[in-house]
Design a protein around this ligand. Structure first.
Ligand code: AMP
Ligand code: ZN
Length: 112
């Protein structure tokens, strides 16, 4: 499948990895929008929130466990941070493999 995040999961495309376990991988965004900008990505290919169902939803809960751990490790848990997932064109989803942006290290505005 021609999916950039599946290729990062398989190691075919390199990434600046900050965390990995059997269910998820987390790496620095290529075009950071904040001093801390990490993507947390389930290894399984789910297109977006619209593809989450009874069978695969456990990994989404796990994403938030990892987000909490990384926020502490990356030093943004005290001041606050954001976890965001974009769905579809109006939200600006460019990679059609579900991912969660962890953003922090500055005051974030109401928009993105
Ligand atoms: P979204 O707009 O929510 O689909 O976000 C996709 C994000 O993936 C963007 O912030 C891109 O900068 C980031 N991105 C795309 N390709 C890579 C890559 N190879 N390594 C790291 N980040 C990437
Ligand atoms: Zn994929």
């Amino acid at each position: 499948m021609d999916c950039v995040f599946c290729k990062i999961v398989s190691g075919e495309i390199p990434s600046k990895k900050v965390y990995e376990d059997e269910q998820v991988i987390a790496f620095y965004d290529l075009e950071p929008q904040a001093p801390v900008h990490v993507l947390i990505v389930p290894k399984v290919h789910i297109e977006s929130v619209l593809g989450v169902n009874e069978t695969n939803s456990a990994v989404i809960a796990h994403v938030f466990e990892v987000a909490a751990k990384l926020a502490v490790e990356l030093g943004v848990s005290q001041d606050g941070f954001r976890v965001v997932t974009n769905i579809g064109d109006n939200a600006g989803q460019t990679v059609k493999h579900i991912h969660f942006h962890l953003l922090g290290g500055r005051k974030l505005g109401r928009e993105a």
